[in-house]
Structure formats: structure tokens, C-alpha cells
Ligand binder design. Sequence first.
Ligand code: GLU
Length: 310
Amino acid sequence: MTHLSVAEIERVMASMPEAISNTFGQGQPANYIPALAGIDSGKFGMAISTVDGRDFVCGDATEMFSIQSISKVFNLSMAISHMGEELFDRVGVEPSGTAFNSLSQLEYENGIPRNPFINAGALVVTDALLGHVTSPKQEFLSFVRGLANNIDVHYDEEVFRSEYDNGQRNTALANYLKSFGNLNNHVSRVLDFYFYQCSLSMSCQDLARAFRFLAQDGKHPYKDKQVVSKRKARRINSLMMTCGTYDEAGEFAFNVGLPCKSGVGGGIVAIIPGEMSICVWSPELGTKGNSLPGTEALKYFVEQTGHSVF
Ligand code: GLU
């Protein structure tokens, strides 16, 4: 049960566009993936999905966008639903304190990425997941569609191609991991599956619904089963809190106080355990790679509602 009344949530959602209006024009959409650069930077959407099954939307909440690194939570969830703690022998659980695509940290830490939400860590998780699925792309898509309860969730070929054509850094990371013996599969197979995950298109509403399992102890939002155990759901939330927003996770904990995961497509998902999942989307990013209007929207929401895990 959420403690917030419908009227309270609706009031905050209705005042949101005005509350964040002065954050536009200060950042830029991601431009290192050309397919993302042309997006209309004035877009803003927000969706909430409560543990008692209610949905709230505002602005462009039903418009699909590129989920990018938000996919790293689906990747990790799917991987740890298949395996146990041994995954964390290959990838750490500490904030990185460096850029999400840093090569130098991997060198001095002997090929063990700091956490599953930096690119190197997600590549290792992707590699581990490949050992547990027979049709990786189909199974991943159907996992996410099931969580979002929407078969329109799809993969965007143009974004995928764009990532591939501009993926020199990710290719370097994967080769580096391979040289340390921390990838079992061929580098091209891991990259292909990793880029596929980043190239999914979903709306704020899809993402808020799909992440609801993390607000309800790992229980599937639409099926009578666990997505992950309660213990694993807690661990995913902890990692989102400490590592989910690039090198700005400390500021997010300080200002928002919720487990969050962002992507360079401009989406940010936040969890209020026991209550709801939230997704905000707006393409203009700040210097650390997080959506500026999206960050402001989450700050405003917690200020108005008093919600925080602290
Ligand atoms: N596909 C992007 C990359 O690998 C993900 C970036 C992000 O959203 O953090 O660079």
C-alpha cells in the first residue's frame, strides 16, 4: 500500500511541468550515439506505478525512448535470477568514482569491474547471463515485456547500429576484460547482446511498471511469481542507490534519497520500497550523464511528498 493518497500524487504530478520548467536549455542530449542526438530536447514525461497496481502519468509518459543504461538493471536481475553470489566474484559492488566507461580503472583493478552498472561491469554480467540462456535476445525482450506487461516494448535497430558503429570504447573494455580472463564468451557475442539491451525502446509508463518488482520485494508486477528473491531485490536496490547514477550517485543519495538508475537516453527510474516505482524522462543531460529535468523532477517529488529511504 502506498501511503500517499491519489489526490496527493495527482497534485504533485500536475504541478511538475511548472516546477521543473527552468531546468530546460541547460544540458544536452547524448551526442556520442548519433541516433540519440536528434531527439526533441523539450520532451518530459513522468510515470508512477504503485504496489497496489495504480498508474499515474504526466507529460510525454507514454512516448517510447531509448532506455540505454537502465537496461543494466534488467540485465543484472535476469542474471542473478539464474545464479547466486558467485556473480560477485567477477564484478564488485562499490561505486566507481570514475566515468561509466573508464578503461584505466579496469587496468589497475585487474579486470574486475567496480560494479554491474558501469559499462565494464554490465559486460561481465552480460557474459555471465549468456551462460544461462539459449536465445539471449528473445529471452531478454520477453523478460522485459513481461515485466512491463506490454508487447510493444521493442528493440530499435537504428540505435543498435549507431552504438555498434560508435562502440570503440565498449569494444576496448570487452577486449580488456577478455585479456584478464573475465569474459567466457567471444567479445563480439557479448557486445552484440550488450548493445541489444541498451537499444530497447520503452516509455516512462512501461519502465515504471517494469521496475515495480523492486518496490515489492522482488514479486513480479503482473504474474504470481518472484522475479528475484526478496534478498536479491534488496541488493539490486542497494546497488542502484550507490552506483545507479554514474559518478553522481552521492548527490542523488543526498538530494533524492532513493535507489535510482539512469541512462543517457534521458530516463531515470527510482524506487520507493514498499510503495512505488517512478520513471522520469527528458533528454537534456548534465555533465555527469543524468537528465537535468529528470533529476529536478525526482527532487521535487521527494520534497513535496517527504519520501526517502532515509
Ligand atoms: N549504450 C551506452 C554505452 O554503452 C549506455 C550508456 C548509458 O546509458 O550509460 O555507452
